[in-house]
Write a protein that binds this ligand. Structure first.
Ligand SMILES: NC(=O)c1ccc[n+]([C@@H]2O[C@H](COP(=O)([O-])OP(=O)(O)OC[C@H]3O[C@@H](n4cnc5c(N)ncnc54)[C@H](O)[C@@H]3O)[C@@H](O)[C@H]2O)c1
Length: 125
């Protein structure tokens, strides 16, 4: 069972990921992170710093402004992370490079092969 924290859980992609995760018995959504508040079947926080649940990986479909803090927290908590958010500046991409020396980090601005690519990436992580 792979435990997942979903950053941007209430966005369009976050909602799609929620459905995919619930449809699979080998995936478990342990917590979500979003700047908006909504009812959910899982605990929701505004920052990874607040999340107490343990997980195998963080999946991010959010906003570029959230990436530096998210990555810092992933490094601090030693959590592997998949980042799909687009629009990252060169400075933020450089930050991902640096973080990838400390934790498993998969970044792609084009997951066009869909959710299967993401799941394959998770298995590799
Ligand atoms: N890599 C890919 O193939 C791929 C595919 C689709 C979308 N995307 C990217 O994923 C991102 C999300 O897309 P979307 O269509 O779901 O967007 P969206 O606007 O529907 O959802 C973004 C979500 O992130 C939340 N959010 C914003 N700032 C946040 C923060 N600081 N912390 C936590 N959550 C925050 C918003 O409240 C919202 O719920 C975009 O950057 C989009 O370009 C990438």
């Amino acid at each position: 069972m792979l435990s997942i924290i979903l950053n941007g859980c209430f966005g369009r992609m976050g909602e799609e990921l929620q459905k995919e995760i619930y449809n699979r018995e080998d995936l478990n959504l342990v917590a979500g992170i979003d700047r908006t508040k909504q009812d959910a079947a899982f605990p929701v926080y505004q920052s990874l710093a607040e999340v107490n649940e343990t997980a195998d990986v963080v999946i991010d479909f959010s906003h570029e402004s959230s990436i530096p803090h998210l990555v810092d927290q992933c490094v601090q908590k030693q959590l592997p992370v998949v980042i799909a958010t687009t629009g990252l500046s060169e400075q933020k991409k450089q930050k991902l490079q640096e973080a990838s020396r400390a934790i498993p980090l998969f970044y792609s601005a084009n997951m066009s092969l869909g959710i299967n690519v993401l799941i394959e990436a998770l298995q590799k992580l």
